[in-house]
Design a protein around this ligand. Sequence first.
Ligand SMILES: C[S@@+](CC[C@H](N)C(=O)[O-])C[C@H]1O[C@@H](n2cnc3c(N)ncnc32)[C@H](O)[C@@H]1O
Length: 268
Amino acid sequence: MKRIQLFEFEDFDWFPNWLRTCMTNLIIILSKMIGVAEVLAGLVTKTLKEQNQSQIVDLGSGSGGVMPEVLKMVQKTPGLENASMLLTDLYPNPIFIRKFNKSTTDAIEYSKVPIDATDISKAPTGLKTMINSFHHMPPEAAKSILDSAQKNNEPLLIYEMAENKMPLLIWWLLLPFSLVILIIMVLFMTPFVRPLTWKQLVFTYLLPIIPICYAWDGQASLPRMYSFKDIDQLLEGLGSTAYGWEKGYARKKNGKAMGTFIVGFPKS
Ligand SMILES: C[S@@+](CC[C@H](N)C(=O)[O-])C[C@H]1O[C@@H](n2cnc3c(N)ncnc32)[C@H](O)[C@@H]1O
């Protein structure tokens, strides 16, 4: 496999949740800047319509990422005005449960019950989505997720906003420059974070823990992504007359690639 198992700070149990949230805030800003939410909304809308579904069950949601924004865009599509979303995680965070379950009118709920993406039978029906989290799964877990979607005959949409196409040696050689660029980007993106907390400011501009961790995780996630060939390997033995798989580039309206997707879908 081209993918390698590097560490990311946000995967460690000991990594403080508030720090993880500060990093996710930056990913949301970046996603908005480069148009990830629009691309993802297009993919989700298309899959919901094809599968005749109106409920999205997001797996490995963490803090929700761009999915609340995506739901608002999906709801603008005729026929999907009543689309709803259930955010789930193997380790549901009480802060996000409180945040998303506060309002009963936004059609978003955060599951208090842990949902393991490797066992989709326990998740409510609906289009399962996995956004920017598939690369966190080691190959065995990644294969179980795909296997579980097919076994349970549930549609699954996996999206990653970047691609693992750079030769590993070049990645290592460019690493010092890439880290510096990302750290500088954080300094410019931080003022756009909402809500902008004192922790986000202090640990960016006074004690730059957030830029350093964000830069490392951002760079480390690239060689952790499954390449298209790796995905073929994970999908070996899957696919049947009743259940199909597709993979490819997600595209912006101008045709430019913006991340990659895998879709698993019941054919009937
Ligand atoms: C990168 S984070 C969240 C990414 C999020 N979807 C976003 O767009 O910001 C990955 C999440 O996957 C969760 N996770 C790890 N293993 C899991 C599993 N087997 N099933 C469900 N969630 C899992 C972690 O707890 C973590 O919150």
